[in-house]
Design a protein around this ligand. Structure first.
Ligand SMILES: [Zn+2]
Length: 98
């Protein structure tokens, strides 16, 4: 049994995969424009966060010495754990606020 959603634009019932970017089968309007906006904002936020994470991870070069590589690797792991904990709290706040 497939989910259906009434199109907010033309009023026809359209197959709905419950995804934020599902479009009307008849007029191509977004079936859930609000969810689409939220999803887009979330994706943008995620991209931004990813950029930040990438910015703080130290690149490891093959010409680095053993201790430089080890130091950078430890630094990166600590950073990643820190970011993961931070992301978890951000997620928790988002869930609790929503
Ligand atoms: Zn429609």
């Amino acid at each position: 049994m497939k989910a259906q959603k009434k199109c907010p634009s033309c009023g026809e019932w359209s197959p709905w995969l419950q995804k934020p970017d599902d479009r009307c089968f008849y007029c191509d309007a977004l079936l859930d424009p609000r969810a689409h906006t939220i999803e887009q904002e979330r994706a943008e936020q995620e991209a931004e966060n990813k950029k930040k994470i990438e910015a703080i991870v130290l690149p490891i070069h093959p010409e680095d010495g053993f201790f430089a590589r080890l130091g950078k690797r430890v630094f990166n792991v600590v950073q990643l754990v820190f970011v993961a904990i931070l992301s978890f709290f951000i997620w928790l706040i988002t869930v609790m606020a929503g």
